[in-house]
Design a protein around this ligand. Structure first.
Ligand code: EPS
Length: 379
């Protein structure tokens, strides 16, 4: 079973992660992980922090000479900004505890986190709640994607809406190479130009902007997930993992919420058979998952991201030290992080699919997994 844990405060010394359950003998391209980390840092609308950091992974265990050993793989990503925060964020000795943050931001973990852990400084919450944590999930997803690609499973993503501006061709073919050249990872240049205007306008107004991204996974074998166990249903596991990304407020598969307003005949994908293709569907309204299992069609999942809660024109809040009305704390932040969230979404989805792939074909070594997978193809 694949499992993982992430650690790290946004301005602490480093972000860390540990993955257990990878087979031995899997070559890992570290530069590919670093390229994925760089993608997460890019995207129009990001804030000042991204100019400070150049996220790079450092593997600490579980690999030798570029290959996995089958032992827990642990890694770290250094926070360069720690150099500016070491007096306040030193894990052992705080030399200067800085200015206490007491004005929680509406929509952030700030207030509830301080109530839950009985803190008097919101910084103790915001440091871990920060979306900086998602860098670790990109590393884990990149490793999982490298495993999946050996078995022809491909994970793509694109941004389909920013601040109400939608791309036109959601279902039509889109080219991942072109998407990666777009500063917003959008497949439609007209929408992209309008979305850039929306982001610029929001920045000038002290606002933030949300949006929607789509992840598409092709080449999945039939039967990942389960109809037998509620907690192994593939759509449920993907929804859980994607919903756990900071600021995600909704997840839908295929035609998703639209299905509720359509008759059954317009929703369900009719089944066909041909040689040598085998069973196929002419439509994919289900988004590649039926009964909690992959059906062999592309898996299509969309996530809605709310606007980031840190506003330079802050909202009303209450000071937790004096219980008086104030405006919320303003931390340096992003105006729009939907493109970054799309990179994270693809990583998180790859991790879930990899976990289920290993449940179906898993073994201690990559060679044995390949043997099992090849046998399944000849059945
Ligand atoms: C982020 C790093 C953070 C923020 C952002 C995401 O850096 P800093 O707080 O130093 O500016 O830019 O975090 C948030 C939006 C948030 O609400 O915490 C990153 O690496 O993605």
């Amino acid at each position: 079973m694949l499992r993982y844990l992430t650690g790290g405060e946004s301005h602490g010394p480093a972000l860390t992660g540990i993955i257990e359950g990878l087979p031995a003998g899997l070559p890992i391209d570290i530069e590919q992980i670093n390229r994925d980390l760089a993608l997460r840092q890019s995207g129009y609308g990001r804030g000042g922090r991204m100019a400070i950091e150049t996220d790079r992974v450092r593997i600490l265990s579980g690999m030798r000479g570029g290959m996995t050993l089958g032992s827990p793989l642990s890694f770290m990503i250094e926070n360069k900004d720690y150099a500016n925060w070491h007096e306040q964020m030193n894990p052992v000795a705080v030399i200067n505890d800085g200015k206490r943050v007491t004005a929680p931001r509406p929509g952030h973990a700030d207030l509830t986190g301080t109530q839950k852990y009985r803190f008097t400084d919101v910084r103790n919450v915001l440091e871990r709640a920060s979306a900086r944590e998602t860098a670790t999930r990109v590393v884990i997803g990149s490793i999982c994607r490298q495993l999946l690609e050996r078995f022809a499973v491909r994970v793509g993503f694109h941004v389909v809406n920013i601040g109400g501006i939608s791309t036109s061709a959601v279902d039509a073919g889109w080219d991942m190479a072109k998407v990666l050249q777009s500063p917003l990872f959008m497949s439609d240049q007209q929408a992209e130009l309008k979305a850039i205007e929306v982001i610029d306008g929001a920045k000038a107004a002290g606002e933030s902007v949300g949006g929607i991204f789509e992840v598409v996974i092709t080449g999945t074998p039939v039967g990942l997930g389960s109809y037998v166990h509620w907690d192994r249903k593939l759509d449920a596991k993907l929804a859980f993992a994607l919903q756990s990304i900071q600021a995600i407020k909704g997840v839908e598969f295929g035609r998703g919420f639209e299905c509720a307003s359509l008759p059954g005949s317009a929703v369900h994908d009719e089944i066909f058979y041909s040689e040598p293709q085998g069973y196929y569907r002419a439509t994919n309204n289900a988004g590649g998952i039926e009964g909690g299992m992959s059906n062999g069609e592309p898996i299509i999942v969309r996530c809605a991201m709310k606007p980031i809660p840190t506003l330079t024109k802050p909202l009303r809040s209450v000071d937790i030290a004096h219980r008086c009305a104030v405006t919320a704390n303003t931390e340096r932040s992003d105006v729009c992080a939907v493109p970054a969230a799309a990179v994270v979404g693809a990583a998180v989805a790859a991790t879930v699919v990899c976990e289920e792939f290993l449940r179906l074909f898993g073994a201690d070594s990559i060679e044995e997994i390949e043997e099992r997978w090849k046998r399944s193809l000849s059945n």
